[in-house]
Design a protein around this ligand. Sequence first.
Ligand SMILES: C[S@@+](CC[C@H](N)C(=O)[O-])C[C@H]1O[C@@H](n2cnc3c(N)ncnc32)[C@H](O)[C@@H]1O
Length: 211
Amino acid sequence: MLEGSYATYTGVDPNADARTQIAAVLDGHHDASVQEGDARANGLADGCADVVISEAMLTMQSAADKARIAQEVFRTLTPGGRWGMHELSLKPDDVDESVIDQVSKALSRTIKVGARPLTTKAWTELVTEAGFEVEWTSHNPMKLIDPSRIIADEGLAGALRFFNNVRRNPEARKRILAMRKVFHTNQDHLEAVALVARKPVGGTTPPADQT
Ligand SMILES: C[S@@+](CC[C@H](N)C(=O)[O-])C[C@H]1O[C@@H](n2cnc3c(N)ncnc32)[C@H](O)[C@@H]1O
């Protein structure tokens, strides 16, 4: 939230380990905190945020919870505020439903959490049905847990730490290799999508209640 000349940040995550990691990243940053909460009902005030960011979180939600979270983001944003999201996406937009089922099952099996990526068309519909206007989308090849991506994200030292940890933990190694196999097998259909959606000024009520 932008208050006067400075910005504040509130992270929300239901998982205690995730909150510990977020708190470490926020350490030393003025007016930045993380609290226990759920994106489906985040406990934040109506219209309290200028920007909401969600990253790699919606894909692992059911269809009903994806819609509920979109409505909750809408409620939390001030009119004119923006929602930036980064998720897994399936391509092309008219991909057969059987492919979506097969990729979702393979992903869920390996990450051990139910996951269902959407096509860009379906991500767009999800946010527009909650009342947003999509301003911008961008796609990138699926590079999750690709060594080059890990080095780019974590730096060389962080990447070496990651590779070492994986090497020493046979279970983690097995899981990561299985994930890579799913990503590789389905590379023609999987990509990363980034999307920015805006809550219209004057549009404080979503057009339809999907709960
Ligand atoms: C795959 S992780 C991605 C985390 C982070 N964006 C990153 O790249 O390191 C998904 C995160 O979403 C959180 N999460 C899952 N369900 C959630 C919910 N209903 N509300 C808020 N956070 C949730 C998980 O606890 C986890 O921290």
